[in-house]
Structures are given as C-alpha cells and as structure tokens.
Design a protein around this ligand. Structure first.
Ligand code: CIR
Length: 253
C-alpha cells in the first residue's frame, strides 16, 4: 500500500465511560482524557500530511471512536463490516455514508462477523485474525470482497484483535509482540519482534517513514528508531483503558 492521503476518524463521546473492555477488573474510563488523546492523534495525522475527516461522536455508541473495526479499505473497496460486538453494529451507518463518495461499498451479509482490527495488510496479503470478534464467515466475506488479495487466517487467542499484537511496518514488514502469535504465521514477510512486556506497543501506525508509537514503551521506540524510522510517541493510556490503540482510531486510504 502506498502512503495514505486520507483518514477518517470519529470523535470520542461522553458515553465512552461505558465502552467495552476485556479487563477482568476494568479501570474507570475517562472520556475527557480519551478525547484529549484523540485530538492529539488527529493533529499527528494532520502533521503527517493526511487529509483528516472527523465524524461527530454519537452518544449511542460508546466505542464509536474505534472506526477501524467498521470497515476494511483496500483496492478502492470499502467492505462495511458486521462488528463482532452486538453493541457496535450500528456504528457502521455513519462510516458507510462517509466512505460512499470515495469507495465502492461492499456489504457483509447477515451471519458473518468481522472487525477491521483483525485485518492486517502486508503487501498483497490480508492476514485476518480468527478471534472472539471475527469468524470464518467474516473471513470469507473479506476474501470475496478483495479477490485480488491473498487472505490468510491467523488464530488469535489472547488478544482482542490480531492488530493488538501485530501491525504492518511499511508494505512488507510486520511488527509483532513476542510470545503471542507464532511468527511463522506471517511466512514470506519480514517479522520484527518486540518484547512481550511491551506487547501493547506492537500496535503502531506507520505513515511513510514516520511511525506513531504509544508512549511508555522504550524498547519498541528504540528498536524502530534503530531501523531508521522517525518515531512519534503519543499518550494513549485513556484509549488503552478501553482496549483501544493507534490503528483502531482511524481508517486510512
Ligand atoms: C471494543 O472492545 O470493541 C473496543 N472497546 C475497543 C476496540 C479496539 N479496536 C481495535 O483495536 N481495532
């Protein structure tokens, strides 16, 4: 994928306090702090030259700022997903409308489940996490929507989404948290491992030679700088508290 020029994001609602989380003992969620971190994220995308469209927050959708899960963009197509969490299904309507002018829309049929956070593009392959949010019918829907790309399912057991533990770094390299998915799942692609105790930082957002990285993960930041990337760190703790991370806050094309 060439360097993206556009981003779609959606504001953080006050209802973010009720966002989903997998934590056994969830910490209180802070909508104002999350909104401030989201605003910094938007600014970073604009600094990187992206044309950012900000959809208004909708109080009906506490998780609505995690737009990545609502669509998969590739090859000029927007596959509008059927998110795995029932409370999130209605989020797709505003995203569909926003993408209609720039993409050919493909809808998922009833039954399958797919979260965009499970879809990792590396060159001409879509690695798709088979997770608690994405099932085989969802993976089949992606295969049908993107016939020119190779689709490879990857089982994800201990994370919400595949991209919680692995993200693309450039077109053909994958940043992966050690001791999560077996690196051989990404055969044919270069894999860069980061320490397991920095697993959250495996979710980076690479735009050209700049990589956005969550603040507070020095080994990951240093490893990326050593590979020649410009590292831009962003405070994300309020987003992380709702199991969110960098890629899930935007759709890029
Ligand atoms: C959820 O559980 O659906 C949200 N609280 C977090 C979604 C994060 N999405 C992503 O990483 N793609």
């Amino acid at each position: 994928m060439s360097r993206p020029r556009h981003a779609l994001v959606r504001g953080v609602p006050l209802s973010f306090g009720g966002a989903l989380t997998m934590a056994a003992k969830p910490q209180p969620l802070d909508p104002l702090r999350a909104a401030a971190q989201h605003a910094a994220y938007v600014l970073a995308l604009r600094w990187l030259g992206l044309d950012v469209t900000v959809l208004p927050a909708d109080e009906a959708f506490p998780d609505g700022c995690f737009v990545e899960d609502t669509a998969v963009l590739a090859e000029g197509v927007a596959l509008i997903t059927r998110p795995g969490a029932p409370s999130r299904r209605g989020e797709v309507a505003a995203v569909r409308e926003a993408l209609a002018a720039s993409h050919r829309l493909v809808e998922m049929t009833e039954g399958g489940l797919l979260d965009g956070g499970d879809v990792l593009r590396a060159y001409d392959t879509l690695f798709i996490g088979r997770s608690s949010r994405t099932d085989d019918a969802g993976i089949a829907a992606a295969r049908a929507a993107f016939p020119t790309l190779t689709v490879v399912p990857v089982d994800v057991a201990d994370a919400l989404h595949l991209k919680c533990i692995a993200t693309p770094l450039g077109t053909d390299t994958i940043l992966l948290a050690d001791e999560t998915v077996d690196p051989r799942a990404f055969a044919g692609h270069e894999v860069v491992l980061i320490p397991h105790d920095e697993a959250y930082a495996a979710n980076v957002l690479a735009v050209g030679h700049t990589v956005l990285v969550a603040a507070g993960f020095p080994a990951t930041a240093e490893a990326l700088a050593a590979r020649g990337y410009d590292v831009m760190t962003l405070e994300l703790d309020a987003i992380q508290a709702a199991d969110g991370s960098l890629t899930c806050l935007s759709l890029l094309w």
